[in-house]
Design a protein around this ligand. Structure first.
Ligand code: UP6
Length: 266
């Protein structure tokens, strides 16, 4: 699987959200996802407009926005069309099936209406997939399971991670892959799970709050992951520097794509 191109994988994928992401990566020659973790709609939209040309995927935490309003979703969707990127609300669902189905479909955010991809912690067991799939599958959405985390001391390892793969394997129509730090040999080539990897940075190794960073090369070439997720490494602290933010996005995009080309050529 690590030798196949994104385009080859797109052609074979049956889940619409996974197919769209793989096609977008191939078309834009970008395996970069920018995670836009800011608290105002103004900064949120400005950063997305700046990095949009260089990303395959925009990852959101809409519950961070202090001025969230339904109209924001339309603006996000317009930017997604303008720049050709997929949308991933990093909601990290973690409750019983009935509750997550309501959290996914309803509330202020109505995530299932606009987010192509979302994710969940496997901790409640397979019922979390059943609950989310009852909402997302008819809409053509895809789910990622958190098999590992980037943080120091993470409990998602060993038997927990292995059990996560098994849960995904049993629900391949809706589960399209994992948030993880590496591509495991436990997952075979005919089960095309996408590996999306946060904890990526070129300049620093951590953030003093448990986050741990690896480089795009370590993530894509050495660990066989598919998408690098970068937040603060791209937009830093001053959100008004849109040219600088765009330049950082280009830098990460180049690093991620180079690592992928080396991987498929190796
Ligand atoms: N994220 C991680 N690690 C995980 C899962 N998710 O960092 O294991 C998410 C965070 C944040 C982003 O919620 O939105 O990825 C990383 O941001 P950063 O690059 O600014 O550290």
């Amino acid at each position: 699987l690590t030798k196949l191109s994104y385009g080859q994988r797109a052609a074979k994928h049956s889940n619409p959200a996974a197919k769209l992401l793989l096609e977008t990566i191939e078309r834009k020659k970008s395996n970069l996802s920018v995670s836009v973790d800011v608290t105002t709609s103004k900064d949120f939209l400005a950063i997305i407009d700046a990095v949009g040309p260089y990303v395959c995927l925009i990852k959101t935490h809409v519950d961070i926005l202090e001025d969230f309003a339904p109209g924001l979703v339309e603006k996000l969707q317009a930017l997604s069309e303008k720049h050709d990127f997929v949308i991933f609300e990093d909601r990290k669902f973690a409750d019983i099936g009935n509750t997550v189905a309501l959290q996914y479909s309803s509330g202020v955010h109505r995530i299932a209406n606009w987010s192509h991809i979302t994710n969940a912690h496997p901790v409640p067991g397979p019922s979390i997939i059943k609950g989310l799939a009852s909402v997302g599958l008819p809409l053509g959405r895809g789910l990622l399971l958190l098999a590992e985390m980037s943080t120091e001391g993470s409990l998602a390892k060993g038997a927990y991670t292995e059990a996560t793969y098994a849960m995904a394997r049993a629900n391949r129509d809706f589960v399209i892959g994992f948030i993880a730090q590496q591509r495991s040999n436990a997952v075979t080539a005919d089960e095309d799970f996408l590996i999306l990897t946060p904890g990526v940075g070129l300049d620093v190794k951590g953030d003093g709050m448990g986050q741990q960073y690896r480089t795009p090369k370590e993530v894509v070439l050495d660990s066989g992951c598919d998408v690098i997720i970068v937040g603060r490494g791209v937009y830093g602290k001053d959100y008004s520097l849109v040219d600088q933010i765009a330049a950082q996005a280009q830098r990460y995009r180049e690093a991620g794509w180079k690592a992928y080309l080396e991987r498929i050529a190796a």
